[in-house]
Design a protein. Structure first.
Length: 182
């Protein structure tokens, strides 16, 4: 049984969830469907949740394990985000892209070097995506990141109805010295 989400509706919205076969992805797909979204391959909402880890000490980590973790956790996320953003821009309807990250990208952990490195990469990549897509804010294309812990889900953005330049995590805003006056 999934916990009940706050009251919100996604009626007539279409969603794509990567990694929906189990775990966080399955839960995200079920929650989106429960909120009224049609979970399909034609989409207004993307939830990137595919990910993997192969725990090992640094000195025991194989080249194959490194390649597998980076291929799924970073490269696949990049490719899916790029294609979904292109589709959303082409359709002119806007949309939202959410990427599941982890606190492990910030804090590290024993036998977790592959996982931590890939989640840190997602953090930077997602911020860069938001900056790249910020000029398209008239289409309300929102980029967000989700940081998950075992006990809670923390959404680190403002409501997605705001323009992207205002809905993204404040840590991606350019320094005040580089901002232009309106």
């Amino acid at each position: 049984m999934l916990p009940r989400t706050p009251s919100f509706r996604l009626d007539r919205r279409r969603a794509l969830v990567t990694g929906a076969g189990r775990g966080i992805g399955a839960g995200a797909a079920a929650a989106l469907a429960d909120a009224g979204a049609v979970v399909t391959l034609v989409f207004d909402i993307l939830v990137n949740s595919a990910g993997m880890n192969r725990p090992a000490l640094l000195t025991e980590t194989s080249d194959e394990d490194l390649a597998a973790a980076l291929d799924l956790n970073v490269r696949a996320t990049f490719f899916v985000c790029r294609e979904v953003a292109r589709g959303m821009i082409g359709a002119g309807n806007g949309g939202s892209i959410a990427t599941i990250s982890s606190q492990m990208g910030h804090v590290g952990g024993p036998s977790r070097s592959l996982y931590c490195a890939s989640k840190w990469a997602l953090e930077g990549m997602n911020k860069a995506f938001a900056l790249d897509l910020a000029p398209l804010h008239d289409q309300a294309l929102a980029i967000m990141r989700l940081v998950l812990t075992a006990l809670e889900i923390k959404l680190t953005v403002k409501p997605i109805s705001a323009p992207i330049s205002k809905c993204c995590n404040q840590s991606i805003d350019p320094p005040a010295s580089s901002r232009t006056a309106n």
